[in-house]
Design a binder for this molecule. Structure first.
Ligand code: CA
Ligand code: CA
Length: 185
């Protein structure tokens, strides 16, 4: 295995561990309950409407992630996770990426984006970004620096975020800027 592939594998393993919230070695719908509860405590759910949006977002995200469960036993193992994302990365590298795959990835990306976009203005603000990064174990300085690199006028737009998300999935370059955006995957 060459060095860049090793990097990509480590990145996907890290992402897997973030989603495996109860640390039992596989990703299941129970992990989404835990993650969504923690996330909603972080960003706040002050009204019923927001709570309902959260419940729906959690369901969508869970469905998208559970696509990785190749043998359909209700659990995504690390192996299934890596295979699934390898397939996605390969698709994204093609000039003619399957529209179905793009649609699935956009759905996944939009869901997390809207979970973080508190006031629904279509942007992620610096404090929302930093808070979420910290939640996922990134220190404040790194989070602030990455936001400065990614954002314009202290805002991160949805299109830019989506682009970064795609780059994150396919890039095996350890120095690529998209590596810092794992927090909304
Ligand atoms: Ca788990
Ligand atoms: Ca499985």
């Amino acid at each position: 295995m060459n060095q860049s592939t090793t990097f990509w594998n480590e990145k996907m393993k890290h992402l897997f561990n973030l989603y495996d919230a109860d640390h039992d070695g596989s990703i299941t719908p129970a992990d989404f309950e835990i993650l969504a509860d923690k996330l909603s405590a972080l960003v706040g759910q002050d009204d019923g409407e927001r709570r309902e949006q959260y419940a729906n977002a959690r369901k969508t995200l869970c469905q998208e992630i559970m696509r990785a469960d190749a043998n359909q036993d209700g659990k995504v193992t690390l192996e299934e996770w890596i295979d699934f994302h390898q397939h996605l990365a390969k698709e994204l590298q093609k000039p003619d990426t399957s529209p179905e795959i793009l649609e699935q990835l956009s759905e996944r990306m939009n869901t997390t984006f809207h979970m973080l976009d508190l006031n629904h203005d279509g942007y992620i603000a610096k404090d929302e970004w930093v808070k979420t990064c910290q939640f996922f174990g990134v220190d404040q300085t790194t989070a602030e620096r990455s936001f400065q690199q990614l954002s314009k006028d202290d805002k991160l737009e949805e299109d830019k975020a989506k682009h970064l998300f795609f780059e994150y999935l396919k890039s095996d370059d350890p120095n690529h800027i998209s590596n810092c955006c794992l927090c909304f995957l």
